[in-house]
Design a protein around this ligand. Structure first.
Ligand code: ADP
Ligand code: MG
Length: 349
């Protein structure tokens, strides 16, 4: 289990992590979700003892990371996939790590197979694509067979096949009872990967709940309604305080703030004829955008304090331009909310 308690991290005027508390339970995948710059990587570094909190604490199995006996056997992490000595081969990189951790050499071969890197095991890692580096980073994280995995944006740079592969791998590891914390700025990816979501925006906790509950709570409900008595219906809807928006279709509107049963009841009570009554499922991406837009709107900043240069632009959470995962992200301006520099646009393999 990972416990984050009232964690704060400031860098000068920037509050990267702002009184964040959540726990990560074993046996399931916890998606750590938020737009670029939300504080996900900083939180992970704090959990791993790579950075000192301004206040608060992060505990692993009840202890700070540095107090864990044999920490690498407890926790495997993938943070910066590129942080590898480029002159070493993949095999030697893992062998070096194995030797420092007292892990037997045969385990190196096992993890290379697990991540599909045997064919390039004897190649120097400096020629690796981002996707190959991600796989190598995952191999390193799994080396000592840890019970807890912390993976920061592991799908970055992976091609669609790689994305499915890592999703299945994480599910299998969670099913073995391991604790998995995986970050992403991609709502739709987390929706199909995670069991539980911890959502952050501007360093603050926005939601901590099962994926299904998140969708239900934040997608809002909207109903497409078609009626030959549309104007009368509109008036009845307005009386209820619900909103009508254009549906783009003749004779139909989308009503928000209510549900199909409620709207149907209203029509029946008023004797209005309906030709269609269809609940509209807002996409997860829309739910996430809505939530993070609200965060932006209500974010508190001290008077006179400027907008952080790298703060997310509300409604625009595309990854840095050139990322190969553009097909999996929210619509928005490419390059918006660029956080830390990442690798190039080499789709891995
Ligand atoms: N070492 C650092 N020095 C200064 N600011 C930092 C540092 N690391 C992160 N930040 C800032 O903290 C905020 C959160 O960053 P980060 O944790 O990388 O977000 P995420 O991983 O969610 O994209 C950003 O505004 C970022 O610029
Ligand atoms: Mg990050």
């Amino acid at each position: 289990m990972i416990e984050v308690r009232d964690l704060v991290k400031r860098y000068g005027a920037t509050t990267a992590v702002d009184h964040l508390s959540f726990t990560v339970q074993p046996g399931r995948i916890t998606g750590f979700l938020g737009p670029n710059g939300a504080g996900k990587s900083t939180t992970m570094r704090l959990i791993l003892g790579l950075d000192r909190p301004t206040s608060g604490s992060a505990l692993i199995e009840g202890k700070p990371y540095r107090d864990l006996p044999d920490p690498l056997r407890h926790v495997g992490a993938l943070l910066e996939a590129r942080a590898v000595h480029g002159g070493r081969t993949a095999f030697n990189h893992l062998l070096y790590l194995a030797q420092t951790q007292g892990v037997p050499k045969r385990r190196v071969q096992q993890v290379l197979e697990l991540v599909g890197l045997q064919p390039v095991a004897n190649k120097r890692t400096k020629g690796f694509s981002l996707g190959m580096s991600q796989r190598l980073g995952i191999a390193a994280a799994l080396l000592a067979d840890p019970r807890i995995l912390i993976l920061d944006e592991p799908v970055n740079g992976l091609d669609p096949e790689g994305i499915v592969w890592i999703r299945d791998l994480m599910k299998a590891l969670a099913a073995e009872g391991r604790t998995i914390l995986v970050s992403s700025h991609l709502m739709n990816e987390m929706a199909v990967t995670a069991d539980h979501l911890v959502v952050v925006g501007r360093g603050r906790l926005q939601a901590d709940m099962p994926v299904a509950q998140f969708i239900a709570q934040f997608s809002g409900s909207a109903v497409l309604v078609r009626s030959p008595q549309l104007e009368t219906l509109r008036a009845a809807v307005a009386e209820k305080g619900w909103q009508c928006t254009p549906s783009g279709q003749e004779g139909a509107v989308v009503v928000t703030g209510t549900t199909a049963p409620e709207l149907g009841e209203l029509a029946a009570a008023r004797g209005l004829v309906l030709h269609e009554l269809t609940p509209q499922r807002a996409s997860l991406e829309e739910a996430f955008m809505e939530l993070t837009r609200e965060v932006g709107q209500f974010a508190h900043r001290a008077p006179g304090q400027p907008e952080p240069a790298d703060a997310p632009v509300p409604g625009q959470y595309a990854p840095p331009s050139g990322q190969p995962d553009a097909g999996f992200t929210a619509p928005g301006a490419p390059g918006a909310g660029a956080g830390q520099p990442r690798g190039g646009n080499d789709g891995g393999h």
